[in-house]
Structure formats: C-alpha cells, structure tokens
Design a protein around this ligand. Structure first.
Ligand code: FAD
Length: 505
C-alpha cells in the first residue's frame, strides 16, 4: 500500500505491531485522528494478495520479514532475536499460542503502585483481546500424535490434564492450547484490530516509515522524524505513542536524547531527559529445546496426521513449578513437531524458565536508525544461579516424563542435550554454554513510580519528564508474566488505549 505521509496527526503511533495496532484501532474507533508509522510494509487487509504466505500460514513460524537482530558476539554462538518488521509486528510470525500467565504476575505490578494493572483489572481486557483475535481452544481430539503423547503422559509426573492454560488462578497442568488461528490463518493484530477500522477517515496507516526519533520542544513531544521511502521528514503530533517493541522502543527514545546521559554523550546525542532505565531491565525467559530419536510408531502416526491435513508445530503446553517456586508455576513445556518441513525429523519439546532473575540491556551502536542495536540478554547471569536451576529442574521433569512407561517407547533415546548431561552439573554447564531465548523480551522501558530511578514510564505509559509521549508495548512490563507474551502485549495495548481515551475526555 502506498499511502502518502501526512504532515501532522493528533496521535502518531510508532510501530504497527502487536500492541501498536490495538492502540491505533481503539483510538480511531473512539473518534481520534490516528497515524500509524510502521517501519515494514503494510500489506493491506486480510486476504490481500500482498501478504506473504509464511506470515499467514499458522502451521509454522513466519520468517520472511525479520529485523535480523541477534546476540552478535555477546554469546559463544549466535542466538537469533527474531522480531517481525511489517504491519502486524511479531504477531505476524509467532507460534499462535495464547497464554495469559498467573494472577500473581499482574497483582505484583499493582502492588508496586501501578494502578490499573491488577489481574482483575486486566481480565476483561484478556477476554476482549481473545475475542478480537479469534482465539479458540484445540480439542484434545485435534492434537497430533506427538502433542497427544505428552498431554496423555503428563499426569505421570504430577501435571494433571487441565481444561485450559488460561485460568489465572490455576497452577500446574497440561492442556491443549488456545490459539489465534482461523481457517489456517494466523490472525495477527493487523487483521483483528486494524481491518475493522481501516475504512475510518481518521485512521491513516503508512508502511515503510522508519521512525528515527521523537522531537521534543519545551519538555513536550511535538512530532517524530521519520525516514519514509528514502526521504527524512518530520511529522507533527499531538501525542506520540511508541510501540516499537522491547528492542526498538528504547532505541527510539535513546536516539531522541531520552535515556542514560552517560550513554548518549559519547554518541553525540544531545540530552533531552536523563532516564537511566531506558534500555535496561531487558529480560526474556531462557529456553532449552530437547530432542529425542523418535520411534517407527510415532513416525508412522505423524506421517498419517500430516497426510490428513492439519499438523501445526505447536498445539499443547504444560506448566509446572521448579524447586524455587512455591506460589504458582515457573516452567513451561512445549512439544514442538516441525514434521511439515520434510527435513530430518526432530522430535522435540522445549522447556522455559518463566520468571528469570537475570537482566540485560539494549544499547545504541550508532545514531543511524537502521543500525542494529547491541542486544545483550545476559541470560543465566543472576548471581544465585536461580535461572539455571529452574531450567535444570524443567529438564529433569521432562526426562522423568519421557521415561514413563507410556511415553518411553514412543520418544526413543534422548539426543539433545543427551547422555553427557545427565548430572545436574553437566547439564548446567551445557546450559551456560548454549543460552537460548523463548522470544519474549520485555522490560526495557519499564513502568514504575516517579521516585523509582529506573522507571521509564508511569502506570499510564507516560514517559517520565516528557509530556505527550507514551510507550505501549512489551517494553513497559516491569517483569515478564508467566506467559508467552503475545496476548499480554495485546492487553498492554488495550489498557494504554483505554487510559489515552480517558485522559483525552
Ligand atoms: C518467532 C516468534 C514466535 C513467537 N511465538 C509466540 C507464541 O506462540 N505465543 C506468544 O504468546 N508469543 C509469541 N511470541 C512473542 C510475541 O509475538 C511478542 O511478545 C509480541 O508480539 C510483541 O509485541 P510488541 O507489540 O511488543 O512488539 P511487536 O509486535 O514486535 O511490534 C513492534 C512493531 O514496531 C515496528 N517498529 C519497530 N521500530 C520501529 C521504528 N523505529 N519505526 C517504525 N516502526 C517500528 C516493528 O516493525 C513492529 O511492527 C513469539 C515471537 C517470535 C518472534
């Protein structure tokens, strides 16, 4: 779509991604004038031939429109930090698993003084987000044999089969997933939120529009500098809402002179507001993908499921508590069966430590808005070693499950991380040498009260010290919920939109 770039808008939403589209649609539906500036292309509404097949096909992860971020030389091997650069954002390429987390996650935000973020405040937004995203729950009878095998065996290690992963008060359990899939299509937030609003005259969506920085005059955001089809322009704005995601919202702030003064000065960026928390507190849930050899029976059953049609990679999930967790759960188990690729079959299940203690950072390499930032997650660096212990416990539960009488003949021998890692020490050493992520980065513009030196925004998403500037995406989460973060991102969008509309009234 080649929409011309307007000179001004009442609200400029930077990033037409998962949360940004929710904010934009809600504001436009309430009668406000909204401009969405998305760095990647706008492929138009659902069904438009411009949409790349891999972004729409819900059986596998999308790949084609990635920002290309990775760990650089901060790890022993390169870890990809995938993020979609296209209208819809990372909701274009994700696994379509929709989880909410646990009541404690959000109540803890509210207990820290963040009014409006308690679980009971957010529950209606989760319900509304699920409705808009056309979320449905797989029936157990729809699970592929690989997914079914783990789901069936889960009670052997104390994980009951439960109806849903999304009961905010429930702890351990294994359940068929809730997914935002309709007729095989990944229902991204461009389809769910923007499409019903696209016809509104007060909503403009401009793709290929990379926002360099926010213009701040007299302590107030008055616009953005944007690179659009090779030309640098300034668009004036009543309010700027950053929704570039956990890696990019902080980089826009830093290029705007809003961040730690000591980092900005060497780059020659004039300091507009010293906010030491910008780019800090980066965290994601460390992850390990385990592989087994499989069995002739499982191969035959999966081949038959594939031949029958629908065999997506992700369908069921387990939750359990490690030895560190007493109030709810802190582990996910995710059977993953990429059999559709036709390559060497990997019989996999991942485990992730959902409440990591380690914290990293995002920093600018240069002032060029196309330059990749330095992203150092500092996975598994917490001094107590809690994160690695959580993962080691997760692997232990999966090994016990894989050895259960029903599952053992189906999964065969463990190949990865394999028999060399059967002691806790050897497994921990393997994890330290092979850090991996669960694709859920958060926290780099975290919410907090004004007296919190590392807070970047307040409970209404307002950047401390700057008027007319908000952040609304995963970056504002002070701590990652015990969840995959797609639906929590939608809920952040819903909640900040609700507050923007209230504040404009
Ligand atoms: C491969 C993968 C699989 C995943 N699987 C799951 C899953 O199964 N379930 C789940 O719950 N979660 C999953 N996630 C995580 C989930 O998708 C993300 O947490 C969520 O989509 C992030 O939303 P966001 O709004 O914070 O950022 P995004 O959705 O990434 O949106 C940011 C948007 O801003 C744009 N942007 C950035 N910088 C600029 C700029 N300077 N100017 C203009 N535009 C800009 C980007 O192009 C993008 O469109 C997965 C993520 C990935 C990458």
């Amino acid at each position: 779509m080649t929409t011309p770039l307007p000179a001004a808008a009442e609200y400029v939403v930077v990033g037409g991604g998962t949360a940004g589209n929710v904010v934009a649609a809600r504001l436009a539906e309430s009668g406000r004038e909204v401009l969405v500036l998305e760095a990647g292309p706008d492929f138009g509404p659902r069904g438009d031939a411009a949409w790349p097949a891999d972004l729409v096909d819900a059986t596998r992860l999308g790949r084609s429109h990635d920002w290309g971020y990775d760990s650089g030389d901060t790890y022993p091997w390169k870890v990809g930090f995938e993020r979609a650069r296209a209208i819809g954002g990372s909701s274009d390429m994700n696994g379509c698993t929709q989880t909410w987390g646990h009541r404690r996650d959000y109540d803890a935000w509210a207990e820290a003084g963040l009014t409006g973020w308690a679980a009971d405040d957010l529950r209606p937004l989760f319900e509304e987000g699920a409705r808009r995203m056309r979320v449905r729950r797989y029936l157990a009878s729809e699970l592929t044999p690989w997914q079914h095998a783990w789901y069936d065996a889960a009670p052997a290690v104390g994980m009951p089969r439960v109806a849903t992963l999304n009961d905010l008060d429930e702890n351990a359990g294994f359940a068929p997933e809730d997914v935002n899939i309709e007729d095989g299509v990944r229902v991204n937030t461009a389809f769910a939120y923007l499409d019903p609003a696209r016809a509104l005259p007060n909503l403009t969506i401009v793709g290929e529009a990379l926002v360099d920085r926010v213009v701040v005059e007299g302590g107030r955001a008055t616009g953005v500098v944007v690179v659009h089809r090779g030309q640098t322009r300034t668009v004036r704005a009543g309010t700027v809402v950053l929704a570039g995601g956990a890696y990019n919202s902080p980089t826009v702030l830093l290029r705007s002179g809003i961040g730690p003064a000591a980092q900005l000065a060497p780059l020659g960026i004039p300091i507009v507001q010293h906010l030491p928390g910008v780019g800090e507190n980066l965290h994601d849930q460390p992850f390990l993908l385990m592989n087994w050899e499989g069995s002739a029976r499982m191969t035959a059953e999966m081949d038959a499921a594939r031949a029958a049609g629908w065999a997506p990679d992700e369908q069921a999930m387990g939750k359990a508590a490690s030895s560190l967790e007493s109030e709810a759960f802190d582990l996910h188990f995710l059977p993953y069966s990429p059999t559709h690729r036709g390559e060497r079959t990997r019989w996999s299940i991942g485990t992730s430590a959902l409440l990591p203690r380690s914290r990293g950072f995002v920093r600018l390499r240069s002032t060029d808005p196309e330059a990749k930032p330095i992203i150092d997650h500092r996975f598994l660096t917490d001094p107590e070693g809690a994160d690695v212990r959580m993962l080691v416990d997760g692997v232990g539960i999966l090994r016990e499950l894989a050895a259960s009488p029903d599952l053992a003949p189906l999964v065969g021998r463990e190949l990865h991380p394999g028999p060399d890692t059967f002691t806790r020490e050897a497994l921990a050493a393997h994890l330290y040498a092979n850090p991996d992520n669960y694709w859920h980065p958060v926290g780099t513009c975290r919410m907090g009260l004004a007296d919190d030196p590392l807070a970047v925004v307040d409970a209404r998403g307002r950047v401390h010290g700057i008027d007319g500037l908000r952040v609304a995406d995963c970056a504002i989460m002070p701590r990652v919920p015990r969840a995959t973060t797609a639906m929590p991102a939608v809920v952040v969008g819903e909640n900040i939109a609700r507050m923007l509309i209230e504040d404009a009234a």
